[in-house]
Ligand binder design. Structure first.
Ligand code: FAD
Ligand code: SIN
Length: 561
């Protein structure tokens, strides 16, 4: 039996900038449900520091931003995507201003905004709210979503898997809805991004775990939007929050979507090195305003690695720091901002100033100890500019996607921009697509599983996975290390699949299942790239090929979850 659902009975998975943009745009026309697996305030968006790109200044142009995005992306940026996003950047910043986001003002600046600069940008084009831009944006949008009568926010609800045609056919054949059997292992490399899958597959909703009641609910929907953020937690050291476990990428992969460019994990050059603060970012805008990277003896080293010095793109700066740390046997290098002066630092970087001071580092008088850490997932679910994936009615937006914007290395402050621009086009497409008939979807079935006897297996596998990714799949890679990592990942994956098939689901188990899926996608993508480019540097293939394509992985139909 089919039930008609209104065109906007949409489930958005994720309450970061991507998810909230989609939800707020859709809510003008009908009901939307937004899921967030932890507290609503926990998201990478809320931690963003530097700002959001806007091509606004008189000295700026669309061409200049596209060129910088392409240069940073090391030859793998999709020119159409980069141009589309640059052209919509002014409207995106204006949209945020209209919602009430309190960007740092400058009466003489375009739109009355102060623009800062970051690595890889030819001019000042970053709108920001001091050094806590993400918090300013997130607080405003979240407050709007909370107050909106058409938006239902489900906090501490975790999406497990999207419901697709496969679940319906399995149900009709008499098998249970979930948890599904262990997935197959073989992967193939897709021929080209332009080749679209012809196989008919549709999304009808999502299975989601209410963390507090431990109940799994079946949410039918005319469309589902994956806005789950990145996968930084796959690494031992990361700037990312707890939410970044690659859930959207893993769910889309299990549903049969193509996944692109997962080898390109961006390591941010300057994460604070401190035993009590392992994930605190020191914004690139500090280097944009003139801070210097130094060795313990006070020598600057970036000029030896790139003529742009501290303002070279991130892949180059992170690799240079990694090189210097290994060469001199250091735990960290220093970022010196003391010459910028106390008043300037307090005004422009109040959050960093206060947080470091609380840890005993007065950045106005002492250099800051910094190390690179995993920061941004450049690859993800392959989508078009409307957020459409390979599965009908399943959309994806934000860090969880691969749209072609970031290529082999993301340009600073392009991520928040992508969330807003494509969040809005995605909502417009969903509205245009109209009503969908949703069949009765099978309920989650736990009749064949029991409570896990011990959680230590999960905790142990989490640690093992994240450490092996850090040691074997980091800034500098070798084929041997990647193969070792893959072997270990396959063993872990079998163990986790077995656990998933036999025990009642918990958030830790689901996150681990998704992380190991993402780890495998990263390693397999890295193994098929026989060159060094952007964020992927291999000692076995140190040169850059004259022509190169994105890495696109396609999961064979028989192993889809
Ligand atoms: P997120 O903001 O991460 O939101 C993800 C949401 O999905 C969360 O609500 C989470 O709870 C939810 N979720 C995840 N999985 C599930 C699930 N299974 N079920 C239910 N809910 C789920 N970019 C810039 O452009 N400029 C910057 O200055 C900048 N600074 C940064 C600083 C830091 C420290 C970090 C970590 C990132 C920074 N970035 C910056 C990157 C940028 O913040 C992110 O890429 C962007 O905010 C991602 O937004 P998103 O909406 O895609 O995901
Ligand atoms: C930063 O402020 O350094 C992060 C900016 C970004 O990730 O785009």
């Amino acid at each position: 039996m089919e039930t008609s659902v209104p065109p906007t009975s949409v489930v958005v998975i994720g309450a970061g900038l991507a998810g909230l943009t989609v939800a707020l745009e859709l809510a003008q026309h009908g009901p939307v449900t937004v899921l967030a697996k932890r507290s609503l305030s926990e998201a990478a968006t809320a931690w963003a520091q530097g700002g959001i790109v806007g091509v606004l200044g008189e000295d700026d142009s669309i061409e200049s931003h596209v060129r910088d995005t392409q240069d940073a992306g090391a030859g793998l940026v999709d020119a159409t995507t980069a141009r589309f996003i640059a052209e919509h950047s002014a409207a995106a910043v204006q949209w945020l201003v209209d919602q009430g986001v309190p960007f740092s003002p400058d009466p003489a600046g375009p739109l009355g905004l102060h623009l800062t600069r970051e690595g890889g940008h030819a001019v000042r084009r970053i709108a920001h709210a001091a050094d806590a831009t993400g918090r300013a944006i997130h607080e405003v949008l979240l407050a709007m979503a909370r107050a909106h009568p058409n938006i239902t926010l489900r906090e501490r609800w975790m999406a497990i898997d999207v419901i697709t045609s496969r679940h319906l056919s399995a149900h009709m054949a008499g098998s249970r809805a979930g948890p599904p059997p262990a997935a197959g292992k073989d992967l193939g490399s897709g021929p080209s991004l332009l080749e679209r899958r012809t196989e008919a597959s549709r999304c009808y909703g999502v299975y989601a775990l209410d963390i507090d009641s431990r109940r799994v609910d079946t949410l039918s929907a005319s469309a589902v939007v994956l806005a789950t953020g990145g996968a930084g937690k796959v690494y031992r050291y990361t700037t990312n929050p707890e939410t970044a476990t690659g859930d959207g990428i893993a769910m889309a992969w299990r549903a049969g979507c193509r996944i692109g460019n997962m080898e390109f994990i961006q390591f941010h050059p300057t994460c604070l090195y401190h035993p009590q603060e392992r994930s605190f970012l020191i914004t690139e805008a500090l280097r944009g305003e003139g801070a210097h990277l130094k060795l313990p003896d006070g020598t600057r080293f970036m000029a030896q690695h790139d003529p742009r010095g501290e303002l070279a793109p991130r892949d180059i700066v992170a690799r240079a720091i990694d090189f210097e740390m290994k060469k001199h046997g250091l735990d960290h290098v220093w970022l010196d901002a003391t010459h910028l002066g106390e008043a300037f630092l307090k005004e422009h970087f109040p959050t960093i100033h206060a947080r470091c001071l609380a840890l005993g580092i007065d950045i106005a008088h002492k250099p800051i100890p910094v190390v690179p850490a995993a920061h941004y997932t450049c690859g993800g679910v392959v989508t078009d500019l409307d957020g459409r994936t390979d599965v009908a009615n399943l959309y994806a937006v934000g860090e969880t996607t691969y749209t072609g914007l970031h290529g082999a290395n993301r340009l600073a402050s392009n991520s928040l921009l992508e969330c807003v621009v494509l969040g809005r086009t995605c909502a417009a497409h969903i509205l245009k697509a109209g009503t969908a008939d949703v069949p009765n979807v099978p309920a989650w079935d736990e009749s064949q599983v029991e409570d896990a006897d011990e959680q230590v297996v999960i905790a142990h596998n989490w640690d093992e996975l994240r450490l092996l990714m850090w040691n074997y799949v980091g800034i500098v890679r070798t084929t041997k290390r990647l193969e070792r990592a893959l072997h270990r990942i396959e063993l872990l994956k079998n163990e986790i699949d077995d656990y998933y098939a036999n025990f009642r689901v918990t958030r830790d188990l689901l996150e681990l299942r998704n992380l190991v899926e993402c780890a495998e996608l990263i390693v397999r993508s890295a193994l098929v790239r026989h060159e060094s480019r952007g964020l992927h540097y291999s000692r076995d293939f140190p040169s850059t090929l004259p022509v190169s394509l994105p890495t696109v992985l396609t999961r064979p139909a028989r192993s889809r979850g």
